[in-house]
Design a protein around this ligand. Structure first.
Ligand SMILES: [Zn+2]
Ligand SMILES: [Zn+2]
Length: 305
């Protein structure tokens, strides 16, 4: 059952928050550790049915190992940076991606670590792509252009993970050159233009501030609360929970454009992690979609069909 929540407030500012950072860059190693913990928690809770969460735990561990043992070099970071901020056509993007070896190697490394956990047909599909760089870059260009439906769903999860590990490092290494406040009214990431996973209301020194978390480069960007992430209207914003109004996982709907985004109240539960906990709360999505709302967020572990 869905309940409307009455705890929504306009942008609450604690006196200690002197200045709002338009963008918060990820500390990737810590973020991966948190994600692994949350995926593990859900795998354990699901027991025998937690197979997919166990697979994802391995995938994020492989991303973390790649980050720690083979970080992105400045040359590849610069090439990735040159691709950001523009909408490229597919052919240009594919050619550019072919000239960046790091993400291709990352994909091959991830496949080597996760394929043994998969049925052989699925593992073979992943491996075949790592042996054919043209096809690999072709699929990667589809994903970066947000044409998910053109890529096999099983491939997309691993390929996006490889791209994400690279794009997140490239953005973090070049923080000074990233887009700042003027573009943060968009529903898409001001650094890489990918959609958000979800909305976060932060705790601690940034208590009450709302940020969106990028599904690709893991950056968080500020959006004021009580406005729609998609159409910026504030007339028909509602918040919903499955249980009580103080639930840390909520849904924000906009009656004007009939979209919704999931909101994680880190001020209520600082252990939540957007990607892992979004995947663990899909029943909330099913309930709100039954009411006619369309999801804005992208979960890179569950691409839309
Ligand atoms: Zn981004
Ligand atoms: Zn709207």
């Amino acid at each position: 059952m869905l309940h409307s929540s009455d705890i929504v407030a306009p942008d609450k500012r604690t006196p200690g928050v002197a200045q709002i950072d338009p963008v918060i860059f990820p500390v990737l190693d810590k973020l991966y550790t948190r994600r692994i913990q949350r995926l593990n928690t859900q795998a354990e809770a699901l027991g025998e049915n937690g197979e997919y969460f166990r697979f994802l735990t391995q995938l994020v561990q492989a991303q973390q190992q790649r980050l720690v043992h083979h970080p992105l070099g400045s040359d590849d970071a610069a090439t990735i940076l040159a691709l950001l901020g523009h909408k490229h056509d597919h052919a240009y993007l594919q050619t550019s991606l072919l000239n960046i070896p790091y993400w291709q190697e990352t994909y091959t490394t991830l496949v080597g670590q996760v394929a043994p956990m998969l049925p052989s047909a699925a593992g073979d599909k992943l491996a075949a792509l790592s042996a054919n760089k043209e096809l690999l870059a072709h699929a990667a260009a589809h994903l970066l252009r947000l044409d998910y439906q053109l890529v096999d769903a099983g491939v997309a999860v691993v390929l996006w993970a490889a791209l994400s590990t690279n794009w997140a490092q490239a953005v973090s290494l070049n923080q000074a050159q990233m887009q700042q406040p003027s573009t943060t009214q968009s529903a898409h990431c001001p650094c890489c233009n990918a959609p958000p996973v979800a909305s976060l209301v932060l705790g601690g020194a940034r208590e009450g501030l709302r940020y969106l978390q990028c599904s690709l480069c893991e950056v968080r960007w500020h959006r004021v609360r009580a406005v729609c992430v998609d159409c910026s209207s504030s007339g028909q914003i509602d918040h919903w929970t499955l249980d009580d109004a103080k639930s840390a996982i909520q849904i924000e709907t906009c009656g004007d454009c009939t979209t919704y985004i999931k909101t994680f109240r880190l001020d209520y539960d600082p252990d939540l992690e957007a990607v892992a906990d979004d995947l663990g709360s899909l029943s909330l999505d099913a309930a709100i979609e039954a009411e006619g709302f369309r999801r804005i967020g992208l979960n890179p572990f569950s691409f839309p069909a």
